[in-house]
Design a protein. Structure first.
Length: 273
């Protein structure tokens, strides 16, 4: 009896005491990573201050006369520049790409939380728009988002901030509250204070009007069950389309199905109100 009680308490203790370490896996850049990126892409850094200190995002692609500005955020164990080469090979050439790191990741100071990540995205987008010669609050019709895993949640917060209606996501979750149940087997969502709610953000998107969001999710995803993307797409057929990848894993869809993801980016990039 005592052993069962102890085993029941373990998930609760882990969730309450170790939430940040269960959600975020920050990595710094190596000594020449940013310099090498500048040479390879002719990109520009976006340097700014937030409540967490010095932050840095990255702007690449068509920076002279872009059709759209995309926000890109990677998953919890990646940094933004992990995606740079993939974008060079697969992204629409007409567009500009803003690669955003979370506080504590890459060259960014501080520690991540939903509010702090939103602050990074919000500030970086405004500065990137000015860098492109656009208004500080850019036309939502020329904004897009592309996020993987936790990065999908960050991008949807950006969509909420800037009224974006179109984007592509890979392996999103419904919410961190629901993920706590998946991880622990217990309904402990009420204990989660790092709250990301993709279902709520997609409801907001649909309420704003016409939208187009394409989701890719592997049927063998070992981190976030494909059932979560099915739930996100269910009942939102006017704005959300799910493409299931048979046998697809959590971190490999952009490599194993890169052409399909590229086609989705192109489709979403050229769509209009």
């Amino acid at each position: 009896m005592y052993k069962r009680q102890v085993m029941g308490i373990v998930p609760l203790v882990l969730l309450v005491g170790c939430q940040a370490s269960l959600i975020y896996f920050p990595r710094p850049y190596g000594g020449t990573t940013v310099a090498d990126w500048k040479v390879a892409t002719d990109g520009r850094t976006i340097d700014f201050q937030t409540s967490q200190g010095r932050q840095q995002a990255f702007l690449q692609g068509n920076l002279k006369s872009p059709r759209n500005l995309w926000i890109l955020c990677g998953g919890n164990g990646t940094v933004a520049l992990d995606w740079s080469e993939w974008l060079e090979d697969h992204a629409p050439k007409e567009d500009a790409w803003l690669l955003v790191d979370f506080p504590g990741y890459g060259s960014c100071e501080g520690s991540p939380s939903p509010g702090r990540i939103r602050e990074n995205v919000k500030t970086a987008v405004r500065l990137a728009a000015l860098e492109l010669g656009w208004p500080e609050h850019p036309d939502p019709k020329r904004m897009r988002f592309f996020g993987h895993s936790l990065g999908a949640a960050a991008c949807l917060m950006g969509a909420s901030e800037f009224g974006m209606q179109r984007g592509v996501m890979i392996a999103p979750f419904t919410s961190t509250m629901e993920m706590s149940r998946v991880m622990t087997g217990m309904p402990l969502g009420f204990l989660v204070w790092h709250r990301f709610d993709n279902a709520a953000r997609l409801e907001e998107l649909a309420a704003r009007g016409a939208g187009e969001v394409i989701i890719f999710h592997g049927t063998d995803d070992e981190a976030i069950p494909v059932a979560m993307s099915r739930e996100l797409a269910a009942g939102r057929k006017d704005s959300v389309r799910l493409i299931e990848i048979p046998g697809g894993r959590h971190n490999t869809i952009q490599m194993t199905n890169g052409d399909e993801v590229a086609e989705a980016l192109e489709e979403v990039g050229r769509s209009a109100e």
